[in-house]
Design a protein around this ligand. Structure first.
Ligand code: MSP
Length: 483
């Protein structure tokens, strides 16, 4: 018997110190479209997302807002879920790393496994610590004594921490990446990480002293320390599946992950530290990492000071779910940095959705409902996904998959223009009328197929197109023009 295929994919877990911007929305929408594609193919699919809660940033943001960290987290995480629901993200689980029942036991078990492997040791550590990064920086990283990303002066601190012997795993990680057993996409990111690995990895600080108010998971056997982000956050990908809990069916079914989707800034964590931890614990490595670039706005990194932050909620309120998904998936590259401005968004909306897809569907259904007696008889091939589109999706070239689908929108338009069935159907010649009718039927099949192909990307519009064809009715106006 053929085994059912499984597909487990994850987004990063998001810091809930502030609301999510469009960059975060991108990662999640990309993941969702891939998950939907696999579900449509009949794969047992599991999409995980969540929030990275045990951080100093949250403590500070909560203090600023004058509420407890717990209350602060509940509000922000509520906002995350609301955003994801507005974006139609079909996640199977939302993990919160503050969850002592779901997350903590697995993080503890993972730590213990690393201890058993002899890979955890204590060491005094001195360095410049940036709260914004939650990481130690080197002098080289600083600009005029300040962290260039946060504009703040790092604190010089001395700590005694636990360390993880990452250095030991450098050769194996390198080999697995070179051989493609751990696939890193795109190639440029694979090369970037391989060059880092050829310099050798240093051991990493794996815990922090617990101070009053520190959030986080106590180090097993040493309450004076809490786990640092590596074991606390990266572990979410397995704890969510029940690793370390009594019922670990999901873990046994879905691990290893088929795909971790991450932004370029967290490549090193996922391509070096995480594989090192898994190797030490004797857990199989994930199969692939898809590393996307950043969304810039007007050529610049989105920042509050520059005033160019694009709030996904505003776009959603103005245009609705599918147009936002459409833009992110078609016009943002899954591999490189891409720019988004309000005016580019509007142009794409009007040109490609309102005048393109929406117009074609409404023209075709207008002709169909006026001139055909009933719904066209759908055939098996109407439901089939074209190989060329599927191949792009399998390579995570989501933008190219959409380019191809929209070529079909263009072809449909050209066909309406050149063959003018709406004119020929009025002919007094029976043969001309019959041929025009056939053309209209062909066009109805054509838009149905477009609907089928659009399902992973813009699910509501795709469904509306399919329903219109099946029920032989005009669809509601899909994308009204915006002035
Ligand atoms: N909590 C860590 C990830 C831990 S995963 C075990 C984190 N959180 S984050 O909220 O800062 O970022 C989450 C994701 O959003 C990252 O993949 C990051 O690359 C992505 N983005 C943040 N800004 C972005 C853009 N402007 N554009 C595209 N993605 C961006 O990092």
């Amino acid at each position: 018997m053929a085994m059912e295929k499984k597909f487990y994919l994850t987004t990063p877990i998001f810091y809930p110190n502030a609301n999510l911007h469009l960059g975060h929305a991108y990662t999640t929408t990309l993941a969702d479209s891939i998950a939907r594609f696999h579900r449509l193919r009949g794969d047992a699919t599991y999409l995980l997302t969540g929030s990275d809660e045990n951080t100093q940033k949250v403590v500070e943001a909560a203090a600023k807002a004058n509420v407890s960290p717990e209350a602060f987290l509940d509000t922000v995480v509520g906002n995350f879920r609301e955003l994801f629901s507005k974006l139609d993200i079909s996640y199977d689980q939302f993990i919160r790393t503050s969850d002592k029942v779901v997350h903590w036991p697995g993080a503890v078990l993972l730590w213990e496994r690393l201890v058993e492997a002899g890979d955890i040791y204590k060491k005094k550590y001195q360095g410049l610590y940036c709260v914004g990064h939650e990481a130690f920086l080197t002098e080289k990283d600083l600009v005029e004594g300040k962290c260039p990303d946060h504009g703040t002066k790092p604190e010089f601190i001395t700590e005694e921490n636990y360390f993880f012997r990452l250095s030991k795993y450098t050769p194996v990680i390198k080999e697995k990446i070179e051989r493609g057993e751990l696939l890193i996409l795109p190639m440029s990111r694979k090369n970037e990480i391989l060059s880092l690995l050829s310099e050798g990895l240093e051991d990493v600080s794996f815990s922090r002293p617990r101070k009053a108010g520190t959030l986080g998971i106590p180090v097993p056997g040493d309450d004076s320390q809490v786990m640092y982000v590596w074991c606390d956050a990266l572990s979410n990908y397995i704890t969510a599946l029940g690793f370390g809990r009594e019922d670990d069916t999901l873990f046994r079914t879905f691990w290893p992950a088929d795909l971790h989707i991450v932004g370029k800034d967290i490549l090193r964590f996922h391509a070096a530290i995480w594989p090192g931890m898994l190797l030490s614990a004797g857990i199989p490595l994930p199969r692939a990492l898809l590393v996307h670039g950043f969304i810039t706005s007007g050529g610049k990194k989105m920042s509050k000071t520059l005033g160019n932050v694009i709030d996904p909620l505003e776009l959603l309120a103005e245009y609705g779910t599918d147009p936002v998904r459409y833009y992110l998936l078609r016009h943002i590259s899954p591999f490189e940095d891409s720019d988004l401005t309000q005016s580019a968004f509007r142009d794409a909306y009007n040109g490609e959705l309102a005048n393109g897809l929406g117009n074609l569907v409404s023209r075709v259904m207008k002709m169909a409902t006026t001139h055909l007696e009933g719904p066209v008889a759908l055939i098996e091939s109407d439901h089939l996904f074209e190989d060329a589109v599927a191949v792009h999706i399998e390579r995570y070239e989501i933008n190219k998959a959409l380019d191809l689908i929209f070529e079909h929108v263009g072809k449909g338009d050209e066909y309406v223009q050149s063959s003018e069935p709406f004119k020929r159907i009025k002919s007094s010649d029976d043969a001309v009328r019959a041929a025009a009718k056939e053309d209209i039927e062909k066009l109805v099949h054509h838009i149905y197929k477009i609907g089928v192909h659009l399902e992973p990307f813009i699910p509501s519009a795709a469904l509306a197109i399919k329903r219109a064809v099946e029920s032989h009715t005009m669809p509601p106006s899909l994308f009204p023009r915006k002035e």
